[in-house]
Each structure stands twice: as structure tokens, then as C-alpha cells.
Design a protein around this ligand. Sequence first.
Ligand code: ZN
Ligand code: ZN
Length: 172
Amino acid sequence: MTTRLPLHPIEDWVEDRFAEKGYRMTAQTRSLVRVLGQYPSRPLSVATIKQEMKLLASRVDTTTVYRILERLYAVKAIHRVDEGFILCSAPYNITQQHHFLVCDECGEVSEIFLDYQADIQRQLARDRGFLLRDVDITFRGTCDACARASSTEQPTEAAPRRGLLASMFSFF
Ligand SMILES: [Zn+2]
Ligand SMILES: [Zn+2]
């Protein structure tokens, strides 16, 4: 049910999507994509993005950062998690739903891909006459590394967490 896909060089992908939308692929856009690419497991605030872009010698104002983020969001190249922005690790994957696992202990954010929307779509349409457009879920818990670190201290504690995803979706 879950798939881990390899990281993908996203700049060319973004350029193609921008061309389709008639957006210009500017040096600032490339620089912003590179900045987000440096932090694959950490959503960045607008202020941090701006600061990091300066380090890449890209002079940019806040309005421009927002405009570029808006466009990247429109082509689904980025996600918004916990008030920050993060590069999508597989934007070409349009057949599965993209969600994030957020670790409460270390703050690591990782993207997961799930197949269930067709089932929910059918169920909601059948039972409620509801037309599903999008699903917005963030999973919060303890990442594998943190769970293993704490399970060496308390061996019995980490066990129930492993089946979380499976049990959440088993009723569909
Ligand atoms: Zn994604
Ligand atoms: Zn963790």
C-alpha cells in the first residue's frame, strides 16, 4: 500500500510544468527549488527560504518568494506542512496520494504515497453523495529512528506503533 519512490531531480520537471502554464522559469525560481532541495525532511518558512536564497547569491524580496511559492504550489512541485514549504519528492506520481509523516521527537518530515482515494471516493459518493476533490492528512507520531532509540530503553513501548497505518486504513 505504501511506496517509497527515489528522489528525483525536480528542476527540469518544474521547468516543463511552468512552460505548460506559461510561467517563466527564472533564476530565482531555480534558486528557490535548490534551497528547498537542500532540506528534504524539513519544511522551511518564507523567511528562511529568503535567507537561504541570499546565501546562493539570489537577491529576492518577500513578495517574489511568495509568488514563486504560489506557482510551485500550483504545479504541485511543493507541499505545505506545519506552516512551512517542502519540495515534493515525487511530483510525477499523480496516481497516489501524497501525505507526510511528522516525527514529534526529532521533527523529521517524510513523504509517503498511499493508494486509497479511489476507495474513499466511491464510498463517499455512494453513502453521502459527496464528490471528493482532495484529502489533506498529516500523520504525527514517532519516526523509525526515534522509536528504535526509545525501544532500546523501553522494549515494550514501540511495538503498538508499527501497525498504525495499517489499522487506520483497514476499514476501507
Ligand atoms: Zn508530493
Ligand atoms: Zn524522529
